[in-house]
Design a protein. Structure first.
Length: 164
């Protein structure tokens, strides 16, 4: 797949992974802001891109008999995101257990008239590795553990306002 690193190839890990999003008209609710449920979709898309960035092939995980199931997710809202705002979702690994892992997310927004970028939403999702045949828990595969460990020292910005 063009643009996707080879499995096991970890690209630059000095900063949290960044996934750009431009809110679509269909994602805007009656109040003129992104409907809350869409952040879960954005974070899921960012997680998939994050695994690609780390050189982890989801298809190869499945072929090896592993799947990832979401078992917990949480979101905290700080500021609204509006149609056509520039949004970037930052992702990093925040915990790695024997059979589970957690990713942290931050959605930062900049509106057309804003001079500063603001934190809009923070989140955390916990995944459990399961067998593709019987859905029982499995240990995190070595290549996934190695990739997650390589970015474990990263931290997401603490929130607030940044200027750039």
């Amino acid at each position: 797949m063009p643009g996707v690193p080879a499995p096991g190839t970890v690209t630059d890990v000095s900063q949290p992974f960044e996934f750009p999003v431009v809110p679509r008209y269909a994602e805007i609710d009656q109040q003129g802001v992104v409907f809350n449920g869409h952040y879960l979709t954005w974070f899921d898309e960012a997680a998939t891109a994050f695994f690609d960035h780390l050189g982890i092939s989801y298809a190869e995980l499945n072929a090896a008999g592993c799947d990832l199931q979401v078992v917990h997710t949480e979101l905290d809202y700080s500021a609204p995101v509006r149609w056509r705002d520039a949004v970037r979702v930052l992702v990093t690994s925040v915990a790695t257990g024997t059979t589970s892992l957690a990713l942290g997310f931050e959605a930062w927004r900049r509106g057309a008239t804003d001079d500063a970028e603001r934190i809009a939403v923070t989140g955390r999702t916990v995944y459990v590795v399961v067998s593709t045949t019987d859905w029982t828990k499995r240990e995190i595969p070595a290549e996934l553990r190695t990739a997650l460990t390589s970015v474990a020292a990263q931290s997401l910005p603490t929130g607030g306002t940044v200027t750039s």
